[in-house]
Design a protein around this ligand. Structure first.
Ligand code: KG4
Ligand code: ZN
Length: 338
């Protein structure tokens, strides 16, 4: 059974073809470089760019997969959470195609799709496991007792961790998006140059907080003599990254112990971070927990994960009518659990 996935929740216009028998057939992602000069996603620009790109991106996904719309059995589309204008482009497009081709429409939760991203390369991946989904918009620890059932154990009280990477990159003046730039710069830095505090929330052992860390970096930058700053940027980036990754790893391990998890599954853009991958793997290995990390192309926003999750739900009967609308704050259980 072949599913066409469409993802447009933020600033990536993406389409992919997923075959339940042979796996992923194509995966096309058009990233929007027009936000770079603004140092962040400009929502109106993002929706306009999605409108311009969605048709060529979907065409490319079909061509790369060597299929036509005649062979597609269902359309899976990101229903939220995300930017409403961006989501609307993907959902409206999917509705139009579904209507004209008489195809079933399967709404997919974006965070669930980030968890499913690991299943693309590891089709045998089996719950129970603990998922850490870390992106520009979210930082969530999700307990997955079985595919299609989720329990959010912890989330961020303020900034998402990817947002913190982006803001710190802005403070350091190194560009946007900040995550990959900090990751690269930190390789040449001394991670112990500044001992930034890791924030833990009293009474909520699985919660995250990154805004204090971002402010601490700003204060450290302000304290650094101007003629030294250029030399110290790598040290500051490495020190920030160590604190951010440390908080993610420690909190994940705490939750893993509580849930007696045997596996941790990473997802979301920040799951590409080399220090997070390394530190999580080392810490989990010490207590006999395995880590599943998708390839970077499946960490960032993509439609392969949307199609993969959509195929799962299609087989379980999930359908949306033409009156369905995206929800920028869609809860994980909006369409019911398995
Ligand atoms: O999942 P994603 O592509 O989009 C959202 O749903 O937000 O995540 C984007 C976020 C951005 O904040 C970006 O800076 C961050 O992921 N990111 C990274 C790395 N690559 C992307 N953060 C840290 N290290 C990286 N290597
Ligand atoms: Zn995402």
């Amino acid at each position: 059974m072949i599913v066409l996935g469409i993802e447009s929740s933020c600033d990536e216009t993406a389409a992919a073809v997923f075959d339940t028998e042979s796996g992923l057939r194509s995966n096309v992602i058009a990233s929007q470089a027009e936000h770079i000069p603004f140092g962040g996603v400009v929502p109106e620009m993002a929706s306009r760019a999605h409108t311009e790109r969605i048709v060529p991106v979907v065409r490319q996904a079909l061509t790369d997969a060597g299929v036509t719309l005649d062979e597609i059995r269902a359309l899976a589309v990101t229903a939220g959470p995300g930017l409403i204008g961006s989501l609307l482009v993907g959902v409206s497009f999917a509705k139009g195609v579904a209507f004209i081709r008489r195809l079933p429409l399967v709404p997919v939760h974006h965070m669930e799709a980030h968890v499913f991203a690991s299943r693309i390369e590891h089709p045998d991946l089996a719950p129970p496991f603990l998922a850490l989904v870390v992106s520009g918009g979210h930082t969530q620890l999700i307990w997955v007792p079985k595919w299609g059932t989720y329990r959010v154990l912890g989330t961020t009280r303020d900034d998402a961790v990817g947002e913190a990477f982006d803001k710190v990159a802005k403070i350091l003046g190194i560009g946007y998006p900040g995550g990959p730039l900090i990751d690269r710069l930190a390789r040449d830095g001394n991670a112990d140059w500044v001992k930034f505090p890791k924030a833990f929330i009293k009474g909520d052992p699985f919660a995250f907080s990154f805004s204090g860390l971002k402010t601490a970096v700003l204060m450290a930058v302000e304290k650094t003599p101007e003629n030294e700053l250029e030399l110290r940027k790598a040290d500051l980036a490495a020190s920030f990254q160590k604190a951010a990754v440390g908080a993610l790893v420690q909190t994940t391990l705490r939750a893993a112990r509580k849930m007696r998890a045997r596996r941790v599954v990473l997802g979301g853009g920040v799951a590409s971070n080399s220090a997070l991958r390394r530190e999580m793997e080392a810490a989990c290995a010490r207590i006999g927990i395995e880590v599943t990390r998708p390839s970077p192309i499946f960490c960032t926003d993509n439609a392969a994960m949307t199609a993969c999750a959509g195929a799962f739900w299609f087989e379980r009967g999930r359908r949306a009518g033409y009156n369905f609308n995206p929800n920028p704050r869609l809860p994980l259980d909006a369409f019911g659990n398995e």
